[in-house]
Write a protein that binds this ligand. Structure first.
Ligand SMILES: C[S@@+](CC[C@H](N)C(=O)[O-])C[C@H]1O[C@@H](n2cnc3c(N)ncnc32)[C@H](O)[C@@H]1O
Length: 229
């Protein structure tokens, strides 16, 4: 999806983003982020990059594994501003820094981070392959990538319930609360198109990662992917 479109979309829903996120997922998104962070624990990362950090929930969750420095990048200033407020209120400014930046061109030197992660953001990249290869570049050798993204359940009856919810209920509630006509139609549309399972693991390998893994969560509504540089 075009960056200008994505930026203006997230700029316009930023103030309602957290509320809608937790409401539409029934709060399960906190648990998903926690699971994703746990995957990085084995390498005890000290420098972590959170791409498409948005309002910084994943960056904040990553403090659980005790990094020294967490950098969150995003193309939407409005999302970053909400995240900055949250970080200041929680007195976490010593550890987490949010900066404007884009996945396809990361302003950090090669090998700077021990781990790079992205939650519900890869789907929005203008260029997925470029984003993943930039994440590969800025991670040190033996460092890790962790991607948390929506996927689609395939077993009865979850598949049917999910599709009904995602195609009909979610866009309706999203439009009502966000007051944005397209944003929550955009969400299911991007999920339907996004590569998942083996297709996404192949993308990680093409970007240069090895030892790739996937874990499907909550009947397959979301999946955590990891890889090693
Ligand atoms: C659905 S939100 C996810 C936010 C956060 N990671 C979370 O878990 O709630 C997607 C975010 O990706 C950002 N984004 C989209 N394309 C991007 C890109 N190419 N580079 C950096 N950020 C991007 C958007 O501005 C938005 O804040």
């Amino acid at each position: 999806m075009q960056k200008v479109y994505v930026r203006s979309l997230f700029d316009s829903i930023a103030t309602r983003y957290d509320l809608l996120n937790h409401l539409l997922s029934g709060g399960i998104d906190f648990y998903w982020r926690k699971r994703a962070i746990a995957k990085l624990q084995k390498i005890k990362p000290k420098r972590i990059l959170d791409i498409a950090t948005g309002t910084a929930d994943l960056a904040i969750a990553s403090l659980k594994i005790n990094p020294d420095e967490v950098v969150g990048l995003d193309i939407s200033e409005s999302m970053l501003n909400i995240g900055r407020k949250k970080i200041a209120e929680k007195k976490l400014t010593q550890k987490i820094r949010l900066e404007a930046g884009e996945a396809e061109q990361i302003q950090y030197e090669t090998g700077y981070f021990d781990a790079a992660m992205v939650a519900f953001g890869a789907r929005n990249f203008e260029n997925l392959e470029k984003g993943l290869s930039e994440m590969h570049r800025v991670v040190r050798n033996e460092g890790m990538i962790c991607v948390l993204e929506f996927s689609k359940p395939n077993a009865f009856p979850f598949k049917q319930i999910y599709f009904f919810y995602f195609q009909y209920i979610l866009p309706l509630v999203g439009r009502f609360i966000s007051k944005h006509r397209e944003a929550y139609q955009y969400l299911p549309d991007t999920v339907m198109k996004f590569p998942e399972g083996n297709a996404f693991l192949e993308k990680l390998q093409q970007a240069g990662f090895h030892s790739v893994t996937e874990e499907r969560l909550t009947f397959g509504i979301a999946t955590i992917y990891t890889g090693v540089k």
